[in-house]
Design a binder for this molecule. Structure first.
Ligand SMILES: Nc1nc2c(ncn2[C@@H]2O[C@H](COP(=O)(O)OP(=O)(O)OP(=O)(O)O)[C@@H](O)[C@H]2O)c(=O)[nH]1
Ligand SMILES: [Mg+2]
Length: 319
């Protein structure tokens, strides 16, 4: 374990990838290893600035992260990217898509990129993202950038997790075309109209004009950029440098949310692994289906039994 930690601290990319695989693994032995790893790494003294990048498919999130991240890397900052690769769902794990889109960035020695297939995770955000961020923080990364697919609750979760939430827009199109659900605009900290180049420039200016009102009302920056032509990215770097870390209250809500979700997973696993409990559970489901019991009645009866069996499990493990 100590030599593994040394590798992690010396920024060995393969070791970092392996640690994330342990964190994300559903195997109990891997989770135990991840726990021992954190026992050595915590408490964390350094802090990282966490940035979420969202927007409809094809707005240019990966290209933006490539040029934006490269500029930060040149400033000698250590950067971790959690991205997702839509092509990997189709091709069954090929990472070619984002590897080519993040060509500049992937060559940088200060940069670690972790692509994740979008099938099991919602964008860069998965059930263990918080732990992965804690790992990056412990290893002294200055910036953590998370690319997200921009859907529903995961988007709102991401907004409360990150210090700065960047929403990318494309020239033309109303909110429907931009895939903007109610809420996302409310949570973002920076609005960028990407692809403001060549034939799209005039339309990008019009889109910027369309969003001026909302940006003013929310008192957030709104800029034109071109990820392709590397235009306007310095402005975004300047804004980020001035941003303060997110308020603690939002993080607390998020941590509460993920803790409850992990507790739910734990109960789910306990019930499925235990024959007696899973039989009982299935009978309860039938009774509710037949309107013989209400879910709340079942809860009052069943939950203490599950908790009791969790207690027995703990005692057996300790003895
Ligand atoms: N003209 C122009 N095209 C761009 C720009 N940025 C990205 N593109 C193009 O837009 C397409 C999509 O870019 P990506 O960076 O993959 O977009 P994305 O938002 O990451 O896409 P998904 O991950 O699939 O949601 C690519 O063909 C890029 O070349 C830009 O600033 N200008
Ligand atoms: Mg992308």
């Amino acid at each position: 374990m100590d030599s593994f930690i040394q590798k992690l601290r010396s920024f060995d990319r393969a070791a970092i990838a392996q640690a994330i695989t342990l964190i994300e693994s559903k195997k109990e032995s891997d989770q135990d290893l991840a726990d021992s790893l954190f026992q050595k790494l915590l408490p964390i003294k350094s802090t990282s600035f966490v940035i979420g990048v969202t927007g409809a498919p094809g707005v240019g999130k990966s290209c933006f992260i490539d040029v934006f991240g490269s500029k930060l890397a040149v400033l000698n900052k250590k950067i971790a990217i959690l991205t997702y690769d839509p092509s990997s769902t189709v091709s069954g794990g090929s990472l070619l898509g984002d590897k080519t889109r993040m060509m500049h960035l992937s060559q940088h020695k200060n940069v670690f990129i972790r692509p994740s297939p979008s099938k099991s995770t919602l964008g860069g955000l998965g059930p263990r993202t918080f732990e992965t961020i804690q790992l990056f923080q412990a290893l002294g990364f200055d910036y953590i950038i998370i690319e997200s697919v921009g859907v529903g609750q995961s988007e709102i979760d991401l907004a409360s997790l990150v210090d700065c939430f960047i929403l990318l827009l494309v020239p033309g199109g109303g909110d429907d075309l931009q895939g903007l659900k109610k809420g996302i605009l409310e949570f973002c900290d920076i609005l960028l109209v990407n692809k403001a180049d060549n034939a799209l420039r005039a339309m990008a200016e019009q889109t910027m004009h369309d969003y001026t009102y909302i940006a003013k009302a929310k008192k957030i920056p709104l800029h034109l950029i071109s990820a392709l032509e590397n235009q306007g990215i310095d402005d975004v770097i300047d804004i980020i440098k001035q941003q303060k870390p997110k308020n603690q209250k939002k993080q607390k809500d998020f941590i509460r949310h993920i803790l409850l979700a992990q507790m739910m997973d734990c109960l789910d696993k306990k019930i499925s692994d235990d024959d007696v409990l899973s039989n009982m559970f299935n009978k309860y489901i039938l009774s509710i289906e037949k309107n013989a019991l209400t879910p709340h009645q079942v809860l009052k009866d069943f939950l203490p039994k599950v908790i009791e069996s969790l207690g027995i499990m703990k005692k057996n493990n300790l003895s």
